[in-house]
Design a protein around this ligand. Structure first.
Ligand code: AGP
Length: 611
């Protein structure tokens, strides 16, 4: 999604702006731009299609230096990927503006502004905001008031950042439904869509709330709420280091993040299990009051987080004996679901800013749930701020668009939730104790599984020229097969589908031939013999099998059957986390062989803040 950076300082801000964009690259984008006021009355604009490096080349050829500026990376929604559609957008050679979000009533605003004589240089919805602000400024309004008036005309979602080159004493920002954070420093202030962008210049942040407008000057920040009243927003000190987003020795962020999983899972579990017992307080101060009331759980999420929810259904129903439904947020939010008394709403999200998931949470708040809960990786996100109970995953910043450590830490957190509910429902303490011990073993098992990397890389060649692949699993590793298929398609662009292996004969078996690789996850559980029969169905049709198998399954390599043996003694509770690892590595190596952009796959964004 679009990235936003703004700065006002005593010195040239263009290096901070470009570095900020570079640090937001993981969000996904297709063009970039920067606008700086070198001095009052002058506006310097550079934009480029493609990566931040292209913008840097433009700036090297024709520098744009000045003490106030804004920069943007665009993920196209309205209008194609062109330089003219890239932000910043300018009105009257003085108002420069960047925007994240979608303005739903832009067609009518555009007609109105055209009728007033404004010429449009782009096909974007954003440009109307620049002209609207300019129109108010021309009428003599102070820039902050002009922005307050302009945003009242907008319907939709926005984080906007704007300055007036004729009065370059401040940056004005506003937000509804798109995140914005103000970075505070000595004699300089900043704004961005996410703290990552600003970590090299400050660790002190104020998170703007829905409807806030802020007037940001070199030595002051004044925030107004949606009613225009001055408000104080708390100052947070970030514990992230500026190099938390560096890729170090790894060729890609995705590979680094795959290898970070033992630590990330251990961190997510740490201090939350004491004496074989899950601490309810980990879910926040209201947990002790809410958990005894929970009779069922509705889980809502998108993409990879949805797959984590599908695994959680097994943890909650089989483990904690509590009914659970799981649904994608984009459907849930419009479905008007029936909510029985005692139902907990649980949103799962890495970013905590996914528009569909947030909208679902806001819808859920009206529906009579016993409480709302979030499992999330970003402490200051909207999802965390708006949920009653929160369990943070401690994956650290995830930069690769393809989710890896966020997923396995979500599974760890969901395991904790299942155990916390099991405790309350009077499940035998010895069973809870056994499961908590098994959870604690997962980081080490993941560490062992990462050692299979070379063998998995050896398989990648067999996929690199394929157009399709099937993934099979059963029980709690069926969602893991789904996640494996999602990973393969999003980074290698190979069409991949996942099926519960028992479903194969109900249709997809027709697709199986020698050109359709079939990847199966085969842990040693009660469904193993059934899975083996399903794999026979594939072999009988000439399909080539690639199986990640427990050492005790009896599945051996043979003609058309490749097997990688997983570590021994992986328990059913642990299997979803551990069997995820080889599927991530397989997708990664296939994508590398195919030469795709692993960390920023085409058409995708890390944080999907538009509907
Ligand atoms: C998966 O690799 C993707 N990054 C995507 O499916 C992602 O999980 C989805 O967009 C939801 O994001 P969230 O967890 O930040 O809400």
């Amino acid at each position: 999604m679009c990235g936003i950076v703004g700065a006002i300082a005593p010195q040239d801000v263009s290096p901070v702006l470009v570095e900020g964009l570079r640090r937001l690259e993981y969000r996904g984008y297709d063009s970039t731009g920067v606008a700086v006021a070198p001095q009052a009355g002058t506006l310097c604009l550079r934009r480029a299609v493609g990566k931040v490096a292209m913008l840097q080349q433009r700036l090297d050829a024709a520098p744009c230096a000045g003490p106030i500026g804004i920069a943007h990376s665009r993920w196209a929604t309205h209008g194609g990927v062109t330089e003219a559609n890239a932000h910043p957008h300018v009105s009257g050679d003085r108002i420069a503006l960047i925007h994240n979000g979608i303005i739903e009533n832009y067609v009518e605003l555009r007609s109105e502004l055209v009728a007033q004589g404004y010429a449009f240089a782009s096909e974007t919805d954003t440009e109307v905001i620049a002209h609207l602000v300019h129109d108010h400024v021309k009428q003599g309004l102070d820039l902050t008031v002009a922005v307050q008036q302009a945003v009242r005309r907008l319907t939709g979602a926005y984080a906007i950042v704007v300055f007036d080159a004729q009065q370059p004493d401040r940056i004005v920002v506003a937000r509804i439904a798109s995140p914005l954070v103000v970075g505070l420093a000595e004699g300089a202030n900043y704004v961005a869509s996410d703290v990552q962008a600003l970590l090299p210049v400050t660790k002190r942040f104020q998170f703007l709330e829905e409807g806030d407008v802020a007037d940001i000057r070199r030595d002051s920040v004044t925030i107004f709420d949606a009613d225009g009243h001055p408000v104080q927003r708390p100052v947070h000190e970030s514990s992230l280091s500026a190099d938390a987003v560096e890729r170090g020795e790894y060729a890609h962020y995705m590979l680094k993040e795959i290898h970070e999983q033992p630590r990330a899972i251990a961190d997510t579990l740490s201090e939350r299990i004491v004496s074989d017992h899950v601490l309810e307080a980990a879910f926040g101060p209201r947990a002790a009051q809410v958990l005894p009331l929970v009779q069922q759980v509705h889980i809502v999420a998108c993409g990879t987080s949805y797959h984590a929810g599908l695994v959680a259904r097994y943890y909650l129903e089989q483990g904690a004996r509590i009914p659970c439904t799981v649904e994608v947020a984009s459907e849930y939010r419009y479905r008007n679901p029936v909510v029985m008394p005692g139902t907990l709403f649980l949103a799962i999200s890495q970013s905590g800013e996914t528009a569909d998931t947030l909208a679902a949470l806001r819808e859920a708040r009206k529906l009579g749930y016993v409480a709302t809960a979030a499992i999330c990786n970003v402490p200051e996100s909207s999802l965390v701020r708006e949920s009653d109970l929160v369990l943070m995953t401690r994956a650290g910043p995830e930069i690769g668009v393809a989710s890896t450590k966020a997923f396995t830490t979500q599974l760890a957190a969901l395991g904790l939730l299942g155990l916390a509910i099991a405790q309350r429902r009077g499940i035998d303490r010895r069973i809870v104790a056994l499961y908590t011990r098994q959870m604690r073993q997962v980081p080490e098992m993941v560490e062992h599984t990462l050692k299979l990397d070379a063998a998995i890389r050896g398989w990648a060649q067999a996929f690199s020229d394929k157009h399709h692949a099937l993934f099979l699993g059963r029980g709690p590793t069926w969602p893991i097969a789904m996640e494996g298929a999602l990973k393969l398609k999003e980074i290698s662009y190979i069409h991949a589908e996942a099926y519960a292996a028992g479903e194969l004969k109900h249709g997809p078996l027709a697709l199986v031939d020698h050109d359709m690789p079939v990847i199966a996850v085969a842990p040693n559980n009660t469904l193993l013999e059934k899975l083996k029969s399903n794999l026979q169905e594939v072999r009988a049709r000439g399909g080539r099998l690639f199986v990640f198998a427990d050492p005790n399954t009896g599945i051996e390599p043979s003609e058309g059957v490749d097997v990688i043996t997983m570590p021994d003694h992986i328990e059913p509770l642990q299997a979803p986390l551990v069997y995820t690892i080889p599927l991530q590595l397989l997708s990664y190596h296939v994508a590398v062989l195919r030469g795709t952009d692993v960390d920023q796959p085409r058409n995708l964004a890390k944080s999907v803040t538009v509907e």
